[in-house]
Design a protein around this ligand. Structure first.
Ligand code: AMP
Length: 210
């Protein structure tokens, strides 16, 4: 199953990607996590991406398309994959098509902007493995410590209020048009994001079956 998760930043794509990854045994691929890893390691890609990311803007299409091309060529993707945070623009979706990749399902997780602001400001992510938590809705068992790998959980630089506003603006302007793009293919399923993560998971798994 080749799957795309669409939705605003903070809609819960990463959380649902982790669940589906366990459920279907296919890798969850987050371009955001790949870029953050590159930043941490001080690579050329990290240096190129830093200013865009810090300002809540999108990294140029050619940079992320090259990242995804390289990642999807790896062995673990041959039986399927979940894309979280890619594509984020119509040219990125067109690039996937041009690679000859057939997408089986696109799940769009819808959450209102006001709820997104609340979610992102309470979000914490693991510095080591990228797992995501929320101080109220999905706390780690021990505060500041990742349940999965024991790494340190921190607030992302781009989860600060002004940057959240810009990211939402960018989402509506550049990413939301992808709904129309995939609706035309008949592969799009809408999931209304719920307050309780478990409820969203139930709806997401149902959308996979349908
Ligand atoms: P995310 O973790 O998915 O919220 O991504 C964090 C940031 O990484 C975004 O705000 C962008 O700056 C950058 N980024 C991640 N994925 C993409 C993408 N597909 N296209 C452009 N920029 C991206």
């Amino acid at each position: 199953m080749n799957l795309i998760l669409l939705g605003a930043p903070g809609a819960g794509k990463g959380t649902q990607a982790e669940v589906i990854c366990d459920h279907l045994g296919i890798p969850a691929i987050s371009t955001g996590n790949i870029i953050r890893e590159a930043l941490k390691n001080g690579t050329e890609l990290g240096k190129q991406a830093k200013s865009y990311m810090d300002e809540g803007k999108l990294v140029p299409d050619e940079v992320v398309i090259a990242i995804i091309k390289e990642r999807l060529a790896k062995d673990d993707c041959q039986k399927g994959f979940i894309l979280d945070g890619f594509p984020r623009t119509v040219p990125q979706a067109e690039a996937l098509d041009a690679m000859g990749i057939v997408i089986d399902r696109v799940i769009d997780i819808e959450v209102a902007d006001e709820a997104i602001q609340k979610r992102l400001s309470g979000r914490r992510v693991c510095e080591s493995c990228g797992a995501s938590y929320h101080v109220d809705y999905k706390p780690s068992k021990v505060e500041g410590v990742c349940d999965k790998c024991g790494g340190k959980t921190v607030q992302r630089r781009d989860d600060h209020p002004d940057t959240i506003k810009e990211r939402l603006h960018v989402y509506h302007e550049q990413t939301e048009p992808l709904k129309g793009y995939y609706e035309k293919t008949g592969k799009l399923k809408i999931v209304e994001g719920q307050e309780d993560v478990k409820d969203t998971t139930a709806l997401t798994l149902k959308a996979l079956e349908a």
